[in-house]
Design a binder for this molecule. Structure first.
Ligand code: NAD
Length: 476
């Protein structure tokens, strides 16, 4: 629970913004222009379901249109409100600027518990919500492009894309009106895993810098690091799975709505997720201890804490009990402004949300470009690339035979080297490059300025200066 002294989510984002602009040289007018949310549209619509009319409330907030389209997910949760969508829209502005995705910031939400409705009902509700947004150009390939967020996924995005296409039958770019679609509806390989994959790439980049690790009191590599993750949904599941299976991390704790699982020896993420899918929660999972009070596991000793569920979970009420050395904010806004200050004093390093979970919007950007270009990445060049590498390999083998050198390439190497990159490889490579480059830009400010003590302030400074340059270029 949030303490009474805790600001709202939007206020928390503003406090963090203000901390950064205090160190920048912006005119007060421009500072205000960047901080405020441009517009929030609230819609109430009725859908006839189960023999009665049910009224739903939804929002689409546009924080900054310094670049268009604006971009940001649509969240389905009972807790959705105007303050929350505005905070999330602001974070989208800064996130896109930080990873150089050419979008302004937006976010949407619908007050609904998706678990209360069956698939057909959810489709009706989603299409109706989409209709309301589409007719006001709040979903549009060149103006406003949503994506999945908490409580939504590929299925909802496919319904939205289809609804847009029905209402805009001659728009050849209709598919680019929303990202995170299934592959068969214009999606891109690697989008579902993208945010979790981005968290993995962010941690790998952090662990490439011993100086940065030292600030968190960490040494060595990711291998064997003890990790606790909160939220085993899209983002948390992929991040935990990749870190465990590919980097040797030990996932010692998983926190969900109905409590937490804990095992010092490391949990099997895939098995836990399958259990959760089947039983709707973690309780009863046979191979670990279940604790009904999940939030206490946030305070357990670990190397890396990954809050990947929702905002405000690390707050004034529990910040001083957090024992993690490093927190990577896979969710948006999991650490409140007050908690951030307490954690900084304790020497905890925080990799901020606007960077840590930017993998989703990065791959959404690739999907949008794919939709506008109407061609799969790699389709033109893949076989040409293979033919050229084959020529080189054959020439090496011929030279070796001619000179009697007896060189042979190992079959594993040859097979891997000869394969041209497909869409998934290209997407992962683009994402890795984006995460590395964005980290470098934050790091330069973090290490380069004495008055910048943390990565979050550094991230804000990078983003705000880019947004400010955009506005200046427009003559504002
Ligand atoms: P999701 O709905 O797939 O998963 C959320 C998970 O958190 C669910 O398993 C849910 O049961 C669990 N959860 C909810 N409340 C909880 C609580 N109080 N304690 C413990 N667990 C709880 O959502 P997601 O898409 O994985 O999004 C999670 C976070 O990541 C959100 O903050 C979202 O804004 C952010 N995010 C998502 C994406 C994306 O591409 N999906 C991109 C960037 C950021």
């Amino acid at each position: 629970m949030l303490s009474h002294a805790e600001p709202s989510f939007r206020e928390s984002v503003d406090i963090m913004f203000n901390r950064a602009v205090a160190l920048m040289d912006l005119s007060p007018g421009l500072e205000e222009k960047i901080r405020v949310c441009n517009a929030t549209y609230t819609v109430r619509f009725g859908v006839r379901l189960r023999g009665a009319i049910h009224t739903f409330t939804g929002y689409r907030s546009v924080h900054s249109e310094h670049m268009e389209p604006v971009k940001g997910g649509i969240r389905y949760a009972m807790s959705v409100n105007q303050d929350e969508v505005e905070a999330l829209a602001a974070l989208m502005t800064y996130k896109c600027a930080l990873v150089e995705a050419p979008f302004g910031g937006s976010k949407g939400g619908l007050c609904i518990d998706p678990r209360e409705w069956d698939e057909r009902e959810l489709e009706q509700i989603t299409r109706r919500f989409a209709y309301e947004l589409i007719k006001r150009d709040l979903i549009n390939p060149s103006q406003n492009v949503p994506a999945p967020d908490m409580g939504t996924g590929e299925r909802e995005m496919a319904w939205i894309a289809d609804q847009y296409a029905r209402m805009n039958t001659t728009d050849i770019n209709a598919k680019a009106c929303v990202t995170g679609k299934p592959l068969n509806s214009g999606g891109i390989q690697g989008r579902v895993e993208a945010t979790g994959r981005g968290v993995q790439f962010a941690l790998r980049e952090f662990f490439r810098h011993p100086e940065d690790m030292a600030k968190a009191g960490l040494k060595g590599s990711l291998d064997g690091k003890r990790v606790i993750v909160q939220g085993l949904g899209n983002v948390g599941y992929h991040a935990a799975k990749f870190l465990a299976e590919e980097d040797g991390c030990k996932i010692i704790g998983i926190i969900e709505r109905d409590g937490a699982l804990f095992d010092e020896a490391g949990l099997n993420v895939e098995a836990v997720r399958q259990w959760m899918n089947k039983h709707g929660g973690l309780a009863g999972y046979p191979d670990a201890t279940h604790q009904a009070d999940g939030s206490s596991v946030l305070e357990a000793d670990c190397d890396i804490l990954i809050p990947a569920a929702m905002e405000g979970v690390i707050n004034l009420g529990n910040a001083d009990r957090i024992r993690a050395a490093l927190i990577i904010e896979a969710a948006n806004g999991p650490v409140t402004a007050g908690a951030d200050e307490i954690l900084q004093k304790k020497g905890v390093v925080i990799i901020p949300d606007m960077y840590a979970n930017a993998g989703g919007v990065t791959v959404s950007y690739f999907e949008w470009v794919k939709n506008l270009s109407h061609i799969r990445f790699g389709r033109m060049q893949r076989r040409a690339e293979e033919a050229r590498t084959l020529m080189l390999v054959e020439e090496l083998e011929r030279l070796s035979a001619d000179k009697g050198l007896g060189w042979t390439l190992s079959p594993g190497f040859k097979q891997a080297y000869l394969r041209g990159a497909d869409e998934l490889e290209l997407v992962r490579s683009g994402l890795d490059d984006t995460m590395r480059t964005a980290y470098q830009s934050m790091r330069e400010v973090w290490h380069g300025r004495d008055d910048v003590k943390d990565l979050r302030t550094a991230a804000y400074i990078v983003s705000i200066s880019r947004v400010a340059s955009s506005y200046r270029a427009k003559g504002l």
